[in-house]
Design a protein around this ligand. Structure first.
Ligand SMILES: C[S@@+](CC[C@H](N)C(=O)[O-])C[C@H]1O[C@@H](n2cnc3c(N)ncnc32)[C@H](O)[C@@H]1O
Ligand code: SF4
Ligand code: SF4
Length: 357
């Protein structure tokens, strides 16, 4: 790790002792294709009213450049999400992209709006053992889907979830989940959504919305700490440019270009070092993108095992993990989560043995 503690932008009065930074990020977010077939109102890119802000970020990643970037990463075995502000099912050469990641032994976890999930693609995901597919539904009724995601095709998206579940069957992968971003327009359907999906899919993820530069529903501790995001995750836009955080969809920050300078060079480079320095010394004014954000509070999880579920709660997310489908949540797919408690997995296994006996 390069030592930046004596850089000219470091004020000695802070006596800055840099926190350790892993050799490579644990999670790599790659926007292979910044294109989408929806316009969700809350989406930090496609929900913008100003087309002039959206146009510059649209684009498709050059696959040779992406492969070169992955060559540097493969040994580190990060978890990869193949989209940031794109719909992954619209990636041109999707099969090639996924097969390349899986050939490298990389855990692939995707969020999708599900609209373009054909039978063939679902089969391909199962053959390739894509690690996780999370369908973003954000609603329990077509009316609410329309309000949040701009379309009322709930039946079509739900059919895609069941298609993947059916084709996967009892196989371990993909781990299949549904996701709900809680906001004013869908708050009233939270309980209905949880009861509809818990036990049907492997995991139900409930998250809170990011809007106007912060998470209004986040319950944050009184003391602000350096945000874990900038020590774990590297978001790469379709042109190879790296942003401070995945929440920066419109390129307000610039950490350098990974296609030009390589992964390690950017991850341990000056821009990330500066951001970490300002975070570690509480100089929030110096990182305008983070200044008003409370995303730093998202990482502490509590958990309980109840009613056949491992429930994990952080200030940002609640995950309802079905105990019956926990064995596929492991390795790099954890992406910074601690593994599920052995007791929960064992408890399930012994229940299964009893049933079989
Ligand atoms: C940006 S989308 C990209 C992948 C895919 N298009 C999808 O919708 O799942 C990834 C996830 O971010 C969520 N999301 C979108 N806007 C958000 C916001 N303002 N705050 C929190 N989550 C948001 C979506 O609901 C989705 O689950
Ligand atoms: S489907 Fe995903 S990328 Fe597309 S607008 Fe909605 S949240 Fe954004
Ligand atoms: S404070 Fe917010 S904007 Fe900054 S890195 Fe953390 S989550 Fe992202």
């Amino acid at each position: 790790m390069r030592d930046w503690s004596k850089a000219e932008w470091v004020d000695p009065k802070y006596n800055w002792k840099p926190l350790p930074v892993s050799d490579m990020p644990e999670r790599l977010l790659i926007d292979y294709a910044t294109r989408c077939n929806l316009r969700c109102h809350m989406c930090p890119v496609w929900g913008l009213d100003d087309e002039g802000q959206i146009d510059p970020v649209k684009g498709i990643m050059n696959l040779d450049a992406a492969r070169k970037m992955l060559d540097e990463f493969t040994k580190a075995q990060p978890m990869v999400a193949p989209s940031i502000y794109g719909e992954p099912l619209l990636i041109p050469n999707l099969r090639e992209v996924i097969a390349d990641l899986k050939r490298r032994g990389i855990a692939v976890a995707m969020n999708t709006n599900g609209l373009a999930l054909t039978e063939k693609i679902a089969e391909f995901f199962c053959e390739q053992k894509v690690d996780s597919v999370m369908f973003s539904l954000d609603s329990a009724t077509p009316e609410t889907l329309k309000k949040v995601r701009g379309v009322d095709k709930l039946a079509k998206i739900e059919a895609a979830v069941f298609r993947l579940l059916r084709i996967r069957g009892d196989r371990e992968f993909p781990r299949v989940g549904v996701s709900y971003t809680i906001q004013d327009s869908n708050r009233h359907e939270v309980d209905e959504f949880v009861s509809r999906w818990v036990g049907v899919v492997d995991v139900v993820r409930m998250g809170i919305v990011f809007e106007n530069g912060t998470f209004p529903d986040m319950k944050e501790p009184s003391v602000r700490v350096a945000c874990p995001v900038i020590y774990k995750t590297m978001p790469v836009h379709n042109d190879g440019s790296v942003r401070l955080c995945c929440l920066d969809g419109v390129r307000a920050t610039d950490m350098g270009n990974v296609f030009e300078r390589g992964v390690r060079e950017i991850w341990h480079g000056e821009e990330f070092a500066k951001a970490r320095y300002y975070h570690e010394t509480s100089q929030w004014d110096k990182v305008p993108f983070c200044k008003g954000c409370n995303g730093w509070a998202q990482y502490e999880y509590e958990e309980e095992v109840k009613d056949g579920l491992l429930i994990r709660r952080s200030p940002e997310y609640t995950y309802y993990n079905s105990l019956a489908r926990l064995t596929n949540w492991k390795g790099n797919l954890l992406g910074g989560h601690k593994p599920p408690p052995v007791a929960a997995v064992k408890k399930r296994e012994s229940q299964d043995e009893l049933v079989q006996a």
